[in-house]
Design a protein around this ligand. Structure first.
Ligand code: AMP
Length: 462
């Protein structure tokens, strides 16, 4: 099955065909940097990280750009609260955002584009919108005239006539209540830039189209973000760029579902959030990724500590198999080898079919687990040899480049732990069970659990 993605524009699954063969320009709305990122943000960015890594694994060259909103009302409010400048707040939380993303293994982004680095492009876009009659100057800045773009509402499935009278920003002097801001007139103490339509700062929506027009041109392949951004944010982006270019802005619009707490979106305003950094004090990053990926990206996930604990256990089981695979030292015959090849082929088929079906990560993880269960029983019956084990490790490693839920690093034992394990092996060989037991307890005190299976003993960290 070829790759199919659900497109919010049109609300159905489409065959995925990029504008230019083999190349994908991919844009995802980044954070407004005024506070620590919470795990709802974490879900969104892990989802797009996995999608982009999967697309790259298919052989596409993906240029993935994410904006950083570093000028915004929320940043200004936070700066006033903390008696800092907006720039100081934005710089601080941009830094913590990158730290959190790195900790979560979000590494697919090609370029982070800070809005304030694109001010001249923003001004230029607004100027063109005014010239072509799509924008107008009001008392407090510049607005987009939604009645000038007849397709306004096509992404969110709303009617222009209704949107014209639906107020989205406070100024009563606008042409239509639904007109949105492109440029906000300077207010005392706020960051501002000079422009031909007065000193001020950009509205939220225009930064993204200025960035994407600069980075990709007026058209690109995929635009992603959370479902809350469909309206007005993404609708506004479409209006701004398509009014100028007359061409579709993005070919595919992807929107992730919310991470919820008791059925409500995790958000700063509802104060029901857990920051990524707090969550990482309790759970490994791999568990968070596993938790996010075990639900399809468009469906909601309900956050509970219990759910994360279950994800941490699942990750542990995967890592245990990886550890055991590294310890396999049997040399077997041809027959077992062909069996493992069949298992690998079956995994590949299931994984690709799941991911090609609008990135069904939950089913892809299920296929990995099925493979791991087969490996475990082959390890237990010693029907897996070194070559099989290496092959299986290689396959798991490849999938983990996309998923980021397993750990292939060799566990480092201290020299004390190493010599305790060696002493215990000698005691076991001599059948000195009392000494072997004592050494086992000593190892457990250092966090190493030794287990005996037949004439082999293995260890793991607990
Ligand atoms: P914001 O900084 O609030 O604009 O959010 C940045 C991105 O994270 C947007 O794409 C949001 O839709 C997404 N996001 C925020 N909260 C959640 C949540 N609880 N679950 C999933 N995605 C979220």
């Amino acid at each position: 099955m070829s790759l199919h993605v659900y497109n919010t524009l049109g609300r159905k699954k489409n065959d995925f065909v990029p504008l230019k063969q083999g190349q994908i320009n991919f844009f995802v709305c980044g954070p407004t940097v005024y506070d620590y990122a919470h795990i709802g943000h974490g879900r969104s960015y892990v989802v797009y990280d996995v999608i982009v890594k999967y697309l790259r694994s298919l052989g596409f060259t993906v240029r993935y750009v994410q904006n950083i909103t570093d000028v915004d009302d929320k940043i200004i409010v936070r700066a006033a609260e903390e008696k800092k400048t907006a720039k100081e707040i934005a710089e601080h939380y941009e830094k913590t955002y990158h730290e959190d993303m790195l900790a979560l293994g979000v590494t697919a982004v090609t370029k982070y584009a800070r809005a304030t680095n694109y001010i001249s492009e923003i001004i230029n876009q607004i100027e063109r919108l005014i010239k072509t009659g799509h924008a107008y100057l009001a008392t407090d800045g510049v607005y987009f005239d939604i009645s000038s773009f007849l397709e306004y509402g096509k992404l969110s499935n709303q009617k222009l006539e209704e949107l014209k009278v639906q107020r989205i920003e406070p100024n009563p002097a606008k042409k239509n209540l639904g007109d949105f801001s492109l440029w906000k007139k300077h207010k005392q103490g706020e960051p501002s830039w000079d422009s031909q339509f007065g000193k001020g700062r950009p509205g939220w929506h225009i930064e993204d189209t200025a960035i994407t027009e600069t980075e990709f041109g007026s058209q690109y392949d995929v635009h992603g973000g959370g479902m809350d951004l469909i309206f007005p944010h993404h609708e506004a982006e479409i209006a701004q760029m398509e009014a100028l270019s007359g061409k579709p802005l993005a070919k595919y619009w992807l929107h992730n579902g919310f991470l919820q707490v008791n059925g409500e979106k995790m958000s700063k305003s509802l104060k029901n959030f857990t920051t990524i950094r707090d969550s990482l004090k309790k759970f490994p990053a791999a568990a968070l990724r596993y938790f996010f990926l075990s639900t399809h990206y468009r469906s909601p996930i309900n956050y509970t500590d219990e759910g994360l604990r279950a994800a941490a256990n699942a990750v542990e089981r995967l890592n245990e198999t990886i550890h055991l695979l590294k310890l396999v030292n049997e040399k077997n015959d041809e027959e077992t080898h062909s069996k493992i090849n069949d298992e690998i082929q079956s995994l590949q088929k299931k994984f690709t079919t799941a991911m090609n079906d609008d990135f069904e990560t939950s089913r892809a993880l299920g296929a990995v687990f099925e493979f791991v269960r087969t490996l475990n029983s082959s390890i237990a019956t010693k029907s897996l040899d070194i070559a099989n084990a290496r092959e299986a490790l290689g396959v798991l490693k490849n999938y983990n480049e996309i998923l980021g839920v397993m750990n292939f690093k060799d566990e480092q034992l201290s020299s004390e732990q190493k010599s305790l394990i060696e002493e215990r092996e000698v005691a076991r060989k001599k059948k000195d069970w009392t000494l072997a037991d004592t050494l086992r307890k000593k190892l457990l005190d250092t966090g190493i659990l030794v287990e005996d299976a037949g004439n082999r003993s293995t260890w793991k960290r607990v």
